[in-house]
Design a binder for this molecule. Structure first.
Ligand code: ARG
Length: 414
């Protein structure tokens, strides 16, 4: 084993890691920088990797695959962790892991490396994915292994002439891709402290910019996948970028969440995910029109389970294949258009239509043209209530009422 492929972001940790791995493990380092829409100067990052001592610095544009194989399926599933987090960081990890494995195999490397700490979810996602896809590969996680503080790392960098940009060092740890931006650390570690404006980069302050008018948007879906904005067909990457900008200007997509990490820690996370918030709202509005009641109810459970498995690093699992097949099947009639109103800090669904709509005006209307059989309701109510009547008479009647359960419930509460 003489080569390792390092997932390289260009930041302090992974820059120091290039040199540290060479020193500790005596391995040649190939860096792999993957563009998942994180707006960085990729050629400059690759050049820096070589300058620090990488034998090869590779850059891969993963944006299209990220959207097609990770983001859209998660959107179709309605996967939002703990009802809040659209899973941007978590969704990119299995893609990065897969590319690490592919490059390691193509280059004949015996190991892969990443810059995750030993406290987070990301190390689990990388390690579990790599172990599943390529059990023969060794995994090196320098930041988990070395015991350097940030200052130690900076000193190490100076000592080994590693170019780093500490001048604009931020107290926050940020990870971002097309689906969202995740911010941790600094003052955010106090769950009582309101996030300062400086943590936000994609969204304007919804309290301040309240002058402009609302914007209406039409989002068209085909089988649960967004395909057009205002009637214009757009490629997925462009569609997400456009929505991030547009909804971000309205301050939509700020999420402040106390989250349960897989490793047992509660952590305070701030997310910005304008496109994800708008698209989840729109997608779910279209499902409310096109899925039957029981399908919708069951899918909610699947969505929670789906979100958990993404969060917990189980992308390459059989459970995921099973749930994905179910979700895919649910989307066959989720085609149509949703009208969204963006105003300050708020995204409202104001209209929806589909050629597969289950909404029947004749059944719903209170006006003339009502086709609902009012008399049938009587029989329905009789049977629907039958078990309650039966049980109340046999078991509950003596204790229902003023002197029974309701009263004792009161006493119990007070
Ligand atoms: N808590 C989120 C997750 O586990 C975001 C992690 C962000 N990572 C980072 N390096 N700042 O997916």
């Amino acid at each position: 084993m003489s080569t390792v492929v390092l997932a390289y972001s260009g930041g302090l940790d992974t820059s120091v890691a290039i040199r540290w791995i060479k020193e500790q493990y005596n391995l040649d380092v190939i860096t792999l920088t993957i563009d998942v829409g994180n707006e960085r100067d990729l050629p400059a990052i690759a050049a820096r990797a070589e300058q620090i001592g990488a034998v090869k610095a590779m850059v891969v544009d993963g944006r299209a695959d990220f959207v097609r194989y990770f983001v859209w399926p998660a959107l179709q599933a309605g996967a939002i962790y703990e009802g809040q987090y659209p899973l941007a960081t978590a969704l990119a990890r299995p893609l990065i892991a897969r590319l690490l494995v592919e490059v390691a195999r193509a280059e004949g490397a015996g190991a892969v490396a990443h810059g995750c700490t030993g406290k987070g979810n990301d190390q689990v996602r990388f390690d579990v994915s790599v172990n599943t896809l390529a059990p023969e590969l060794k995994i090196i996680a320098p930041v988990r292994e070395w015991s350097m503080t940030r200052d130690n790392e900076i000193a190490y960098a100076h000592e080994h002439s590693i170019p780093i940009q500490v001048t604009n060092a931020s107290p926050y740890s940020v990870d971002q891709n097309l689906w969202g931006r995740s911010v941790e650390c600094g003052v955010l570690e106090d769950p009582w402290a309101e996030p300062p404006e400086e943590v936000y980069a994609w969204t304007s302050n919804p309290d301040v910019s309240s002058s402009s008018e609302p914007t209406y948007l039409e989002i068209t879906f085909q089988h649960g996948t967004p395909v057009a904005l205002n009637g214009e067909e757009l490629d997925g990457v462009v569609l997400i970028e456009t929505l991030n900008k547009l909804a971000g200007q309205y301050g939509i997509g700020r999420i402040d969440h106390i989250e349960n990490r897989l490793v047992g820690i509660k952590s305070r996370e701030v997310y910005e995910a304008p496109a994800a918030v708008v698209l989840h709202a729109a997608h779910s509005a279209l499902e409310s029109l096109t899925l039957g009641r029981d399908q919708a109810r069951f899918k909610e459970m699947v969505a929670a389970e789906y979100a958990r498995l993404i969060y917990n690093g189980q992308w390459y699992s059989a459970l995921h294949q099973d749930l994905a097949a179910y979700v895919h099947s649910t989307q066959r009639f989720v085609s149509g258009t949703v009208r969204v109103k963006l105003s300050h800090g708020h995204c409202a669904i104001v209209g929806r239509r589909s050629e597969h709509s289950l909404y029947s005006h004749g059944l719903a209307t209170y006006d003339s043209g009502d086709q609902f059989d009012h008399n049938a309701a009587l029989g329905f109510i009789k049977l629907w209530g039958l078990p309650l009547r039966t049980q109340a008479q046999a078991q509950l009647l003596p204790s229902i009422g003023i002197e029974g359960d309701l009263l004792s419930l009161d006493t119990h509460i007070s």
